[in-house]
Design a protein around this ligand. Structure first.
Ligand code: GDP
Ligand code: ZN
Length: 288
């Protein structure tokens, strides 16, 4: 039996990296009922050098749902310091979407050349909230080496709204001037499949980078209001000890979350994000 990782998934075949230059084209055995995702670690039975059958899907450590990618070790949410101008609400929602997938993300602010003061401000803010923050400029090749040093031995995903410079950053990071990552995923997207495909790029043994076309902030409206606090790691520790165990930390008396906001232990902007999302969930419930 050989173990490997699914790198891509095309036409019902899974292409598995087993540590050889050649990917192994695998099909699934009928007995395997679960969905197999890009990033999944598998046990396969080799049939010759480059063909195989999937025997087992190994337990997943993390799972991002949209796009569906298993076993991401670290994820960078990329934002621009300017153009597009960063919205903290969007940034919070992107970060929360990762937490929902079981991944504690880091933040990468690109285009620092355009607005250094704003970038520094965001860095200070999000570091206080418990995220690692990296300031880079793909244009000026600044901060890229620091980011690259974090890749070895891991599966690293990059997510961000379009226009923030994700393709530029990935090309710099991977030293591949010829590779427009955005172009690659666009081509896959335009293909026969209507679902969006992600492909993991192998940088070297045990080191992978994955672009996440179609990653966008979750629509939290379909979650329960009581599950939102857990997605904000800086606020979550204050939950669960309020006077009412059902406290949603809005207008209830004896709320330790609101107390922490007043004492400056929770940033008011983060509490604002929390309130907007919870209120929107409550609003929806009122109409169904
Ligand atoms: P993507 O949509 O996130 O993949 O963004 P692209 O990599 O296509 O970049 C969008 C635009 O931002 C392009 O015009 C890039 O030249 C520009 N851009 C990317 N990185 C930087 C940067 O660090 N500084 C500045 N000033 N512009 C950048
Ligand atoms: Zn409370």
């Amino acid at each position: 039996m050989t173990t490997g990782r699914v790198i891509k998934n095309y036409n019902g075949f899974y292409y598995v990296d087993v540590g050889e230059p050649q990917l192994v084209e695998c099909r699934r055995r009928g007995k395997i009922k679960e969905k197999i995702l890009v990033g999944d670690e598998l046990e396969i039975q080799l049939l010759g050098d480059d063909k195989g059958v999937i025997e087992q899907v190994l337990p997943r450590r993390t799972m991002l749902r949209r796009p569906a990618i298993a076993n991401i070790d670290q994820l960078f949410v990329i934002m621009a310091a300017q153009s597009p101008d960063p919205s903290q609400f969007l940034m919070d929602k992107m970060l929360m979407t990762c937490e929902y997938g079981g991944i504690h993300p880091s933040l990468c602010i690109n285009k620092c050349d355009l607005n250094r003061p704003r970038a520094e401000e965001l860095k200070a803010f999000y570091e206080t909230c418990g995220y690692a923050v990296y300031l880079v400029s793909a244009r000026e090749n600044c901060g890229i080496d620091t980011l690259r040093a974090l890749l070895p031995g891991k599966v690293t995903a990059f997510a961000g709204p379009s226009g923030v410079g994700k393709s530029s950053l990935l090309s710099q990071l991977l030293h591949r001037d010829d590779l427009s990552v955005g172009a690659v995923s666009a081509k896959i997207r335009r293909g026969r499949h209507t679902t969006r495909h992600s492909e993991i790029m192998k940088v070297e043994d045990h080191t992978y980078v994955v672009d996440t076309p179609g990653f966008s902030a979750l629509d939290f409206d379909h979650l329960e209001a009581r599950d939102i606090l857990a997605l904000l790691p800086d606020m979550a520790p204050y939950g669960g000890r309020c006077r009412f165990s059902s406290c949603l930390h809005r207008t209830e008396p004896g709320c330790l979350v609101k107390e922490a906001v007043q004492e400056g232990k929770i940033q008011p902007e983060r509490y604002e994000t929390y309130c907007k999302i919870v209120d929107s969930i409550q609003e929806r419930k009122r109409y169904v």
